[in-house]
Design a protein around this ligand. Structure first.
Ligand SMILES: [Zn+2]
Length: 83
């Protein structure tokens, strides 16, 4: 038996809905809690993973920089026209 989070009524462990208040018992009751300690990677593999993530982020960074530059130049041109 466990306790309903909403009405503190005793309910069976596998209950999906509380029979006393009718509220859903699934989300936090059955969702596995993922913590940083659950990532069991050796240090060198973690560094390699971070390097790969950095490399994977490069195209997005280049594209974003390009978009910001185009916006800045077009705003500059607009300001020159208006002023
Ligand atoms: Zn309840």
């Amino acid at each position: 038996m466990s306790t309903c989070r909403f009405c503190v009524e005793q309910i069976p462990d596998r209950a999906i809905v509380c029979r006393a208040c009718g509220r859903d018992q699934l989300p936090t009751a059955s969702a596995p809690k993922v913590t940083l300690a659950a990532i069991d990677l050796p240090f060198n593999e973690m560094v390699w993973l971070l390097l790969k993530w950095t490399a994977a982020c490069m195209p997005a960074t280049i594209i974003l920089t390009f978009v910001v530059m185009v916006l800045a130049f077009s705003l500059n041109a607009l300001a020159r026209i208006l002023i």
